[in-house]
Write a protein that binds this ligand. Structure first.
Ligand code: MSP
Length: 644
């Protein structure tokens, strides 16, 4: 039978910083949906990736003293690691620096130009570099970026424009004919009232003030606007305008673009208009989820309140984190992350409900039947209640997933778990055993094992690791689809269970909170800037300052000092003289990068041996708690020139 295709995407992640728990939210939700759909018989294509171009990346790379490509490569490794740690089952990972993507973005620009959708003009507007967004004066809030509240810069440059205004009426008509296109509904109203009704302006789609981007093919001093570059990933990844476009034929239009609420605007106005201009069908749905908040802020590095997913997974296990993200945040709205909420949710649902059911059942099958699941006898009314619940749950979860509500789906699955725990109290297997009622005891054990099989199968898309551990305990193969949920009775009697270790261990919340506070304080104090020395201690006389001889020097060669992570040894041209100087900047600069650079040297420092290597002077650097940068003259300057 030919499976129905289902194409789901996350946004592609910015490669300009490190990743926090908020970033994991979109990806984990999409992963659960993708896994559910696969098990439910769909031919799923799940796309994620990285957004690697733009001014912000170029700037950060410069700050770090590396090339933009080196910079994004490092972040790419980091995010691929993160998705591995969180067991994300994407089918393709796209990087906007991939050759095929860049070439296709160029073809897209050419096509837009040919169709008359792109024209050249001059842009003047307010640009927010962190958000890579242009704003008009009236859109600014208190003169700052309306999305992130940071400073904006007035920029003026020759640019190409996309005729976005031309698509205003078609967009409104499309929304009217496809009321499900933007979800939740509130976001649709937001788009219409805040952006469409005030009138769409043509969009500036090229930049000339930096060059880290896809070159505009018909005018290569321009690079493509990062959002056009980024949004195109959804079709370039499928082979659009490439030799093999079979994936595009099969999966486009996308079934679901899952995005955070702050980028709904790009996905529901600019993206559909671009697709209209390219004469392509539009995606079926854009879902704008809420933010994971930490305190009152969107969790983001720029606001300083990061929760490190690597740390949390290492400490509590992958499924505690996946479960929390999927279960705790009311879908579509913002949700607050607190350590306490994570620990309480883990204890109540995973330890008390699920962990308990599995450990009690496997312990009883071991104690009463030597570990072998017995065959059931006649079912009672009570048993039927559980059987009906198990059989009805897949249908309910399917509806929840179609509504994109992971919390509801998990709530429904946990109804089986909670009902089964109650069933243990109602049937009192220990009393049945004591009274020698083996026949009823066998049925009760069988019903419990089946309830576990149903819940673990349904949980597989959400808490992948736990589900597979449950199947190991049940002695059954891990299912790859939901076929086994059509009948109650799928567990063959005679299957041997293993009790083994607990699925989850109870956390002493108060103790753990204190521990976490201690760790947070340690981290904060590591990052605290050192207390300022008192002013009067700092003041020096001009005559004292004059004793220090500073001058420019050109790097002739640079190598790492053997057996040291921190030290580089330089040969510097200082006027007619060549000097050897050792500097502790190896963690911030590569030797290759330093060659040819002009630095500022403290010339009259007493010679010293550092790790056995002679050093005649010191290279001046500026530093903060994150990076160290060397000081260099603002314009070209010969070596040996005095610095005062
Ligand atoms: N690069 C753009 C997307 C281009 S798609 C054509 C971008 N990248 S991002 O790295 O900033 O964000 C990626 C996803 O992470 C977005 O869906 C964003 O909403 C999500 N999150 C980032 N911080 C978040 C929270 N604190 N909470 C929930 N999701 C958030 O935008």
């Amino acid at each position: 039978m030919c499976k129905k295709p289902y194409y789901i995407t996350t946004p592609i992640y910015y490669s300009s910083g490190s990743f926090h728990l908020g970033h994991c939210y979109t990806t984990v939700i999409c992963d659960a949906i993708a896994r559910f759909k696969r098990m439910d018989g769909y031919d799923v294509f799940y796309l994620t990736g990285t957004d690697e171009h733009g001014q912000k990346v170029q700037q950060r790379a410069k700050d770090a003293g590396v090339t933009p490509k080196q910079f994004v490569d490092k972040l790419y490794d980091q995010i691929v690691d993160l998705w591995k740690v969180l067991d994300i089952s994407y089918d393709k990972f796209i990087r906007t620096t991939d050759d095929y993507h860049e070439a296709t973005v160029q073809k897209i620009y050419e096509k837009l130009l040919e169709n008359g959708d792109i024209y050249k003009s001059e842009y003047q507007g307010w640009y927010c570099t962190p958000c890579e967004s242009f704003w008009t004066e009236s859109q600014l809030v208190d003169g700052k970026c309306p999305d992130c509240g940071r400073e904006v810069k007035l920029e003026k440059e020759e640019s190409y424009f996309f005729r976005l205004s031309k698509y205003q009426d078609r967009l409104i008509k499309f929304y009217e004919e496809n009321p499900e296109f933007i979800s939740p509904k509130s976001r649709m109203n937001e788009m219409i009232n805040n952006f469409i009704k005030p009138g769409l302006k043509d969009l500036c789609v090229s930049r000339t003030t930096f060059d880290w981007g896809v070159k505009v093919p018909f005018d290569p001093k321009h690079v493509a606007y990062v959002w056009v570059d980024a949004l195109s990933n959804y079709i370039t990844a499928l082979g659009y305008l490439q030799e093999d476009d079979s994936l595009f034929g099969k999966y486009w239009p996308a079934d679901l673009h899952m995005v955070g609420k702050e980028i709904v605007r790009f996905h529901t106005i600019i993206w559909p208009a671009l697709l209209m201009a390219l004469d392509l069908p539009l995606p079926k749905k854009v879902y704008g989820h809420g933010w994971l908040l930490f305190g009152n802020d969107k969790m983001s590095k720029s606001k300083g309140n990061i929760v490190d997913p690597f740390f949390l997974v290492e400490r509590y296990g992958i499924d505690a984190i996946r479960y929390f993200l999927l279960r705790e945040i009311p879908f579509g709205s913002d949700g607050v992350y607190t350590n306490e909420a994570l620990l309480a949710r883990t204890n109540s649902d995973l330890v008390n409900d699920l962990g308990n059911l599995v450990s009690r059942t496997t312990a009883m099958v071991t104690q009463y039947f030597g570990g072998t699941i017995p065959a059931p006898n006649a079912y009672t009314e009570l048993d039927r209640e559980l059987i009906d619940l198990c059989l009805a749950t897949l249908g309910k979860v399917r509806v929840d997933i179609d509504n994109l509500s992971a919390p509801d789906a998990l709530c429904n699955i946990f109804k089986i778990v909670q009902r089964a725990n109650k069933y243990i109290d109602e049937t009192m297997p220990w009393a049945l055993n004591k009274n020698g009622d083996k026949e009823r005891l066998a049925t009760v054990m069988y019903v419990l094992c089946e309830c576990i099989r149903f819940s673990a199968t349904l949980l597989a898309p959400f808490v992948t690791n736990t589900s597979s551990r449950i199947f190991q305990k049940l002695g059954l193969p891990m299912p790859t689809n939901f076929d086994g949920l059509q009948n109650f009775g799928g567990t063959p009697s005679g299957t041997v269970v293993t009790k083994g270790e607990n699925l989850f261990n109870r956390i002493d919340i108060q103790k753990e909170l204190k521990e976490l506070e201690k760790i947070a304080q340690e981290l904060a104090s590591k990052n605290q800037p050192k207390a300022e020395p008192k002013q009067d201690e700092e003041l020096v006389d001009i005559a004292d300052f004059a004793k220090i001889k500073l001058c420019t020097a050109k790097v002739l060669s640079c190598e790492k000092v053997a057996k040291s992570d921190k030290l580089l040894v330089f040969k510097l041209q200082v006027g007619d003289e060549v000097r050897q100087v050792v500097s502790g900047i190896a963690q911030h600069y590569s030797p290759d990068y330093m060659i040819g650079k002009t630095v500022v040297l403290v010339k009259n420092l007493k010679p010293a041996k550092i790790r056995g290597v002679e050093s005649n002077g010191m290279i001046l650097c500026a530093s903060d708690d994150k990076s160290v940068v060397f000081v260099t003259p603002e314009k070209d300057m010969d070596s040996g020139k005095e610095v005062r």
